[in-house]
Write a protein that binds this ligand. Structure first.
Ligand code: GAL
Length: 379
């Protein structure tokens, strides 16, 4: 009797597994993360939007192999009520088959982030966009808009932001500096000084600034900011968006000039802005970084590596690179660090490193590895 009962239970369990319906109760960083169909979630370099109790996860849809490092499909969207079990909602922004479109299949779409504009009731997506066959040279940011959170998003434009505007924190002296980088290595002392003194900002003044790795933040007053690696990834730019979030106002600051930060992810906690970033080593992980400011646009002060753990974990941020910080609904001071463990040889297999953010006695955020965890970690 017992055996028949056990067999029945097993059969039921596997049936529910085949149906992809079994519920997960915890987050397992770095493991395969099945969606409601039992397929590993395909939303890399992602970000989360929360609206009326539903979370929307947007990320790069990758395919198998090397080709997955370019946009063959578009931006994938998933929804969840609990941040653990995710429903596949399909492609929110699709690449174009028309070869004259800038968003043609084979271009690069990275780190898409979506925010909701209460006034226009539109869902606004910005992403890092590179042109097909041009590597990472264009350094554009792309805009797509939708009436519904799950899309379809309509591609609007791509641009180099803040054309014809100086950063708010750019000295007069820098505006007229004539130093060039000819025959100078960017990493040399001289190169670093020239970059810190705004070489790329001047070079791109008329064309618009470079914008690669990026995130968005809507502040408590409803103002939105586009935060991106600019100046050949040497300096971050914090740029204000217009009230409808679909353009740049031209007000922007340089953050941590010449310090090579990318993969920005930002958290507002008790009135302070904590900025998580990485260094620039492509798909390979490196030590995570943290900086803090009293104002969104800076100035930012660098703090220690936010990763706590073994030497290897600290050197590689648990083999991952930041992409977004999630604020957990209904829990006090509950935030999740969201990062990617890239697998560039088989892009689709990239893993997600989600860890709860902890705070030390001085209220400084830090990260510790957990094989698996649930929301009971938050008070
Ligand atoms: C990383 C960046 C990724 C991707 C990659 C390409 O540094 O964070 O989003 O652009 O480089 O090598």
């Amino acid at each position: 009797m017992k055996t028949i009962f056990n067999t029945l239970i097993l059969a039921l369990l596997s049936l529910s597994f085949l149906g992809g319906k079994e519920k997960s109760i915890c987050i397992k960083p770095g493991e395969i993360w099945p969606d409601n169909k039992g397929v590993h979630i395909n939303a890399h370099g992602g970000g989360i939007l929360e609206l009326n109790g539903t979370y929307y996860w947007y990320g790069e849809h990758k395919i198998e192999g090397d080709a997955g490092n370019t946009a063959q499909v578009g931006v994938h969207c998933y929804t969840s009520k609990d941040l653990i079990n995710w429903k596949d909602k399909g492609i929110a922004l699709a690449v174009d088959n028309d070869s004259t479109s800038l968003l043609v299949k084979g271009c690069i779409i990275e780190r898409p982030k979506v925010i909701y504009n209460k006034k226009t009731k539109k869902f606004v997506m910005w992403f890092h966009h590179e042109l097909k066959g041009k590597g990472y040279d264009a350094a554009l940011t792309g805009l797509a808009i939708s009436d519904k959170p799950t899309g379809p998003f309509k591609y609007i434009k791509s641009l180099n932001p803040n054309k014809g505007n100086w950063p708010l924190n750019f000295s007069e002296e820098f505006k007229t500096d004539t130093a060039t980088m000819t025959n100078i290595k960017p990493k040399s002392e001289q190169g670093k000084t020239i970059i810190e003194r705004g070489y790329y900002v001047r070079r791109d003044f008329n064309k618009g600034q470079m914008a690669r790795d990026m995130t968005l933040l809507v502040d408590d007053d409803g103002k939105a900011y586009h935060i991106h690696s600019s100046e050949s990834n040497q300096t971050l730019h914090f740029a204000e968006l217009t009230d409808d979030y679909t353009d740049f106002t031209g007000r922007y600051t340089r953050v941590l000039p010449g310090e090579s930060n990318e993969a920005p992810a930002i958290l507002k906690h008790k009135g302070k802005y904590y900025l998580f970033t990485s260094g620039c080593t492509g798909w390979d992980p490196n030590p995570g970084r943290l900086a803090v400011a009293d104002n969104i646009m800076g100035p930012y002060t660098s703090l220690a590596n936010p990763t706590r753990g073994t030497e290897k974990q600290m050197k590689t941020t648990f083999q991952s690179q930041s992409t977004y910080i999630i604020k957990v609904n209904g829990k006090k001071d509950a935030y999740i660090f969201m990062a990617d463990r890239w697998i560039p040889k088989n892009a689709i297999d990239g893993r997600y490193i989600w860890l709860p953010i902890k705070f030390d006695n001085n209220d400084i955020p830090y990260l510790e590895w957990m094989d698996e965890w649930d929301f009971s970690v938050f008070k």
